[in-house]
Design a binder for this molecule. Structure first.
Ligand SMILES: [Zn+2]
Length: 395
């Protein structure tokens, strides 16, 4: 159900009520596990903020039952106020160590997103410094077209383990196609990080799904017992009902929209729709864009702002998932380094340096199997970056 303009306005007023970076928190044991939920990293995605407020009302009454700590953090407050995805820069595409070092020294006053990023960084740093237990970072989003809920993760075993608790499809490896998402940054320091896409921006379902996802996260993360969550069965059923399955998927293709390109997705595509090779998907400056391979359509863009036109994904077999988990658990990635043209990075233990011949000759899937996801061309060589890592000091 799409909400009408008056509901949009009502939401805007509700959002403006709170000017703090932290939407709310419940702290019960500093050394126990800590959940950190981000909401509204994209300013036109308010469902997470509204769901956070609902959960907080209930959670505060049950404070004594909470094992550990729960934080809810605003994303792009200025963009939330204006009901737009972002003002100058997408706040979910600017997370890198260089950028953090830069804004610690000097914030560009003409770039509203730099200030937002700095505040979020400070809040996260403070939480990491204060709490010793396991940390879970969860980022709540919505999409421009209707969708069943789904999870996105960087492909680390700790992310896989936590995301497979939910009856929701899981998409692996989105970070190979995106630069600088917040959660990829958190994952680089070893933290469990899940993105949750709850449904269409203005649907009531998206708020309900976010609320269900928050409560279930707290249950699966042992913050609350089933009997302590009022309406647990409703939340559990809600995500089960609205999701067709809990399979894992992998991205094969991303259509990247260039600056000043006039991109128009063909109407009517819904996430996980099956498509054949050569199917007409969109128009770019009036020219046809057809599917490069068969698969399932994923995140078709039906709004003005955004750089990803659509993705094509496929389902990953259970056998592949098991084999890759086995290989990684026993550190079989050392075997890759025996091959000619593949070396350990001298400074970064999570990176392989691969010469371009080998990188072209060996299928990307082999690297994926051993847990190396992101491929970056650095000088003459490719760097393949591993997602599994221990907790390392946060900058
Ligand atoms: Zn978003």
């Amino acid at each position: 159900m799409i909400l009408k303009n008056d509901i949009k306005t009502k939401r805007l007023i509700e959002i403006k009520k709170n000017r703090e970076r932290i939407i709310g928190k419940v702290l019960n044991n500093l050394d126990d596990q800590t959940f950190i939920f981000f909401a509204g990293i994209h300013g036109n995605e308010k469902a997470g903020v509204l769901a956070a407020r609902r959960v907080l009302t209930q959670l505060e009454k049950q404070k004594d039952n909470v094992q550990g700590n729960v934080y809810f953090i605003y994303g792009n407050k200025k963009a939330l106020d204006q009901e737009v995805r972002y003002l100058q820069e997408d706040l979910n595409r600017i997370w890198s160590l260089n950028r953090i070092e830069k804004i610690k020294d000097n914030i560009d006053e003409n770039n509203p997103e730099e200030f937002e990023q700095f505040e979020i960084y400070k809040a996260v740093k403070d939480i990491i410094t204060k709490h010793r237990g396991t940390k879970y970072f969860i980022d709540l989003h919505t999409t421009s077209s209707p969708t069943q809920p789904f999870i996105t993760i960087s492909d680390s075993l700790n992310n896989r383990k936590f995301s497979s608790c939910f009856s929701v499809p899981v998409i692996l490896g989105l970070e190979e196609y995106l630069n600088g998402p917040l959660l990829t940054f958190m994952n680089e320091y070893g933290y469990i990080s899940l993105g949750f896409e709850a449904g269409e921006h203005y649907s009531q379902e998206a708020i309900d799904n976010c609320e269900a996802f928050i409560w279930l996260s707290l249950y699966f993360g042992h913050c609350l017992k089933k009997k302590e969550i009022i309406g647990f069965d409703v939340f559990d059923k809600r995500l089960n009902k609205s999701s067709k399955n809990n399979d894992f998927f992998q991205i094969d293709f991303r259509y990247s929209i260039q600056k000043d390109e006039n991109f128009k997705m063909i109407n009517g595509f819904v996430n996980f729709d099956e498509i054949t090779k050569d199917k007409l998907l969109a128009y770019s400056d009036g020219k046809e864009i057809r599917a490069v391979n068969k698969g399932l359509i994923f995140m078709p863009l039906y709004q003005n702002l955004g750089e990803d036109g659509f993705f094509i994904i496929h389902k990953i077999s259970k056998k592949w998932l098991k084999l890759s988990a086995f290989l990684r658990k026993y550190n079989a990635h050392h075997l890759l380094r025996i091959l000619p043209g593949i070396q350990k990075h001298p400074d970064n233990p999570f990176t392989l340096v691969v010469n371009p011949m080998i990188a072209t000759f060996m299928a990307k899937e082999i690297f994926h199997l051993f847990g190396y996801r992101q491929r970056v061309l650095t000088g003459k060589n490719y760097h393949f970056i591993k997602r599994d890592r221990k907790i390392t000091p946060f900058p």
